[in-house]
Design a protein around this ligand. Structure first.
Ligand code: DQA
Length: 153
């Protein structure tokens, strides 16, 4: 099974960026830990500061790499990127939205996600473990060969 883990703006600074909120692990630590924990999964991993680069990678992942599922931490784009949302609505692969922090327990603008309505589900607030839970959810969603629930309800 092939799973694409995609990370948006500022997540490349993990480990240094507000560690009291996001923890002390770097994005590379998270990537390594996912590879160690899920040796049976072919994990593709990418981070960008740019909305367009993330959108291009989503299309590349489904069209060229034929990934079975996507895990996306959109960073701040969560709260306003209609372009990212439109890209996600246009693909069939299941997509799990993840956040390190509990976005509902922070500033009110973080409680709203424009991505969640087009994701299969959301995992928020478990630190780097959100990504591990994301892989489990992505595996389950990918195995369900049926259309993702976001396209049927
Ligand atoms: C985040 C939460 C977002 O609100 C924030 O802009 C981020 C990180 C998280 O993982 O908790 O960059 O997505």
């Amino acid at each position: 099974m092939k799973i694409f883990v995609l990370n948006g703006p500022n997540l490349g600074r993990l480990g240094h960026r507000e560690p009291e909120i996001y923890g002390t692990e770097t994005l590379l630590d998270i990537e390594k830990s996912l590879r160690d924990s899920f040796p049976q999964v072919d994990i593709l991993f990418f981070q960008s500061e740019y909305e367009g680069a993330l959108i291009e990678k989503i299309y590349e992942a489904v069209d060229k790499d034929k990934v079975d599922a996507i895990i996306l931490n959109p960073g701040a784009l969560t709260h306003y990127s209609i372009a990212l949302r439109d890209a996600i609505s246009s693909i069939k692969a299941p997509l799990i939205e993840v956040h390190l922090s509990n976005v509902f327990a922070r500033e009110s603008f973080r409680a709203h996600s424009v991505i969640s309505p087009v994701a299969n589900g959301v995992i928020s607030g478990f630190g780097s473990y959100s990504y591990h839970l994301g892989v489990l959810a992505a595996m389950k969603a990918a195995l369900k060969v049926t259309k993702p629930s976001r396209l049927t309800n």
